[in-house]
Design a protein around this ligand. Structure first.
Ligand code: HEM
Length: 426
């Protein structure tokens, strides 16, 4: 086998498979060989060029004209005819949103939709997050064990996301199932049978998004980001288009909650397996912001993102043809020793943790990053204060096989309810 440029491919490049094996266990470690020996390599199994170093990935993010984001939400696994028919039967027409829109349309739209994300507009949301977390903690604090994912970490971010968007709270379990289907559909490798099942869920999600949109249009002064987008759609329909609204309604429900839920689960897992760091945070809450940042670096919830070369270009010493599809493994960039000292070491005191690429970089950088950070901080503030003796249970963690979204399906923790400080020292 040889790459498109006729270079021989290494066995490792040929074997690279992000849907199983080492990448599913630990994507950063799985690409250590690539960072050292083949920072940009062609994966014949994927049909993608895999980029693994911090500098190269940052350079790609920085130049979104040469490296278009248009494939960011493309299906990683080609859809079977049957699944395509199923999707079509729901009128499925997922199109550009923000994350996969080219310039100049992207920037005009991003600017038109920016104000809800400004820090001064986010601050008032923090106490609402705290109330949600406290309510759920009250419900579980006497139990002594819990699956944090099930009982806290997906529902709070989903509630916060719907609040932020101005979408009326609905059947949360159904929305969660829709989101998982969307992730499998976009970044997974479903079997033909799964493809069909997923296509029906995604189709229903699409129709649900359409219905919510219609309901919200009937209430033009309503609160939240999606209501603002609806008003902008009326004022400047060529910038905030109809197609954008429907596609975004579906994509943002996933983008705003699954990412944060996974990042929070990864954070608890990481801190509880690095007990000194957990104890330090319990003793000194002022360490929380940097601890959150280090968790996003060391075990982020988005581990890879995509771009497409719009012209022939050189990257990391490799000539890429026009149309080359790139899988940038940001989890690998985040553990690149060329950028982070002893990058494989988890260190909440690291002074450049914030250089991680988990939120992307440049003109498309995650607009919700400060919402996600705020939620993760509140989770830590509340848990370290009320349950400092929290421990992980022995367990085998499982992950949904896909290239990009990473977080355990369950995270069992235990504690001694009698030692809950809020009870003994009210
Ligand atoms: C874009 C990650 C939470 C809204 C992105 C991108 C990544 C990302 C990797 C693409 C960046 C690029 O292309 O440079 C994450 C992670 C999160 C998170 C890891 C949680 C830990 C959120 C939340 C919201 C949100 C809570 C909204 C409430 C967006 C939007 C974009 C985006 C609107 C598109 C920005 C653009 O293309 O201009 N996010 N995200 N994200 N994210 Fe997030």
């Amino acid at each position: 086998l040889s790459s498109e440029k006729g270079r021989p491919l290494s066995d490792r490049a040929v074997a690279f498979d992000p849907f199983e094996g080492p990448y599913q266990v630990d994507p950063a470690e799985a690409l250590r060989w690539a960072r050292d020996d083949a920072p940009v390599f062609y994966s014949p199994k994927l049909g993608y060029w895999v980029v693994s170093r911090h500098d190269d990935i940052k350079a790609v993010f920085r130049d979104n004209l040469t490296f278009s984001p248009r494939i960011a939400l493309e299906k990683m696994t080609p859809v079977s005819g049957e699944a395509q028919e199923a999707l079509a039967s729901y009128g499925y027409a997922m199109n550009r949103t923000l994350v996969n829109e080219d310039e100049p349309a992207h920037m005009e739209r991003r600017r038109a939709l920016l104000d809800h994300f400004l820090p001064e507009n986010l601050l008032p949301r923090r106490e609402r997050v705290r109330t949600l977390v406290r309510e759920r903690m009250d419900a579980l604090v006497d139990k002594g064990r819990a699956d944090l994912v099930q009982e806290m970490l997906w529902e709070v971010p989903l509630t916060v996301a719907l609040d932020f968007l101005g979408v009326p709270e609905d059947d949360m379990e159904t929305l969660r199932r829709f989101s998982v289907a969307h992730t499998v559909n976009t970044w997974g490798r479903p079997t033909p049978e799964q493809q069909l099942e997923v296509a029906h869920s995604v189709g229903r999600f699409w129709q649900y998004a359409g219905k919510v949109l219609e309901k919200m249009r009937a209430e033009p002064d309503g609160p939240g980001w999606m209501h603002q987008a609806i008003r902008r759609n009326a004022e400047m329909p060529e910038v905030v288009t109809d197609s954008y609204l429907h596609s975004m309604m579906m994509a943002i429900i996933v983008a705003a909650h699954e990412t944060t839920a996974h990042a929070s689960a990864n954070m608890f897992r990481t801190l509880l397996t690095h007990r000194d760091a957990w104890d330090d945070v319990c003793a000194d809450p002022s360490l929380i912001p940097n601890a959150v940042e280090e968790c996003l670096r060391y075990a982020g919830s988005v581990v890879a993102w995509r771009r497409e070369a719009t012209r022939p270009v050189e990257l990391g010493g490799v000539r890429l043809p026009q149309g080359a599809k790139l899988l940038m493994v940001t989890a690998s960039a985040n553990q690149d020793d060329r950028h982070f000292e002893e990058a494989a070491r988890f260190d909440i005191y690291r002074d450049n943790a914030v250089d991680h690429l988990t939120f992307g970089y440049g003109s498309h950088q995650c607009m919700g990053k400060n919402i996600a950070r705020m939620e993760m901080r509140v989770f830590l503030e509340e848990f370290t204060r009320r349950l400092p003796h929290l421990r992980l249970e022995e367990q085998e963690l499982t992950y949904l096989p896909n290239t990009s979204f990473r977080g355990p399906d369950q995270l069992w923790v235990k504690w001694d309810p009698a030692r809950n400080p809020e009870r003994t020292e009210p």
